[in-house]
Write a protein that binds this ligand. Structure first.
Ligand code: THU
Length: 143
């Protein structure tokens, strides 16, 4: 991933913290998803009084894209922190890693975790979610 593109994704992800709806945890998360066609889809976490209907920022971005027919992705940048103050990396939860596994190639898809424009780390999905369950497992079943 070119540094210029990573920094663009970081800046877009930070912007999403403004839209985060997190009145319960106060932990705001923003995401910027880069599609195969180099479009950027955005997401924030959206909480709910009943707690379990809450949605993570990453899944918001992925589902927005998929709902518009976009299913191929190159990278996602995630930022987060209490009250939107980003002082540490915000790694994706297990459910979001599984959703990434559905649409992204684990060998190539990049997850960018950022604290600011200078301080960020890039991981491949396979590093964050080794041996993830995917469609091919359903197709390989023995009969
Ligand atoms: N959250 C995300 O948006 N992404 C993650 O991968 C981890 C957790 C949100 C969910 C909830 O609104 C808040 O962070 C605290 O868990």
């Amino acid at each position: 991933m070119e540094g210029r593109i990573a920094r663009e994704l970081i800046s877009v992800a930070f912007k999403q913290l403004e839209y985060s709806y997190a009145p319960y945890s106060h932990y705001k998360v923003g995401a910027a998803l880069l599609t195969a066609e180099n479009q950027i889809y955005t997401g924030c976490n959206i909480e709910n009084a009943a707690y379990t209907p809450s949605n993570c920022a990453e899944r918001t971005a992925i589902f927005k894209a998929v709902s518009e027919g976009i299913t191929h992705f190159k990278a996602i940048c995630i930022v987060g922190g209490t009250e939107g103050r980003v002082t540490d990396y915000a790694p994706p939860c297990g459910v979001c890693r599984q959703v990434m596994m559905e649409f992204c190639n684990p060998e190539t898809f990049e997850v960018i975790l950022a604290i600011n424009q200078e301080k960020y780390q890039t991981f491949r999905l396979k590093e964050l979610y080794p041996m993830g369950f995917q469609l091919s497992h359903l197709q390989n079943e023995r009969r």
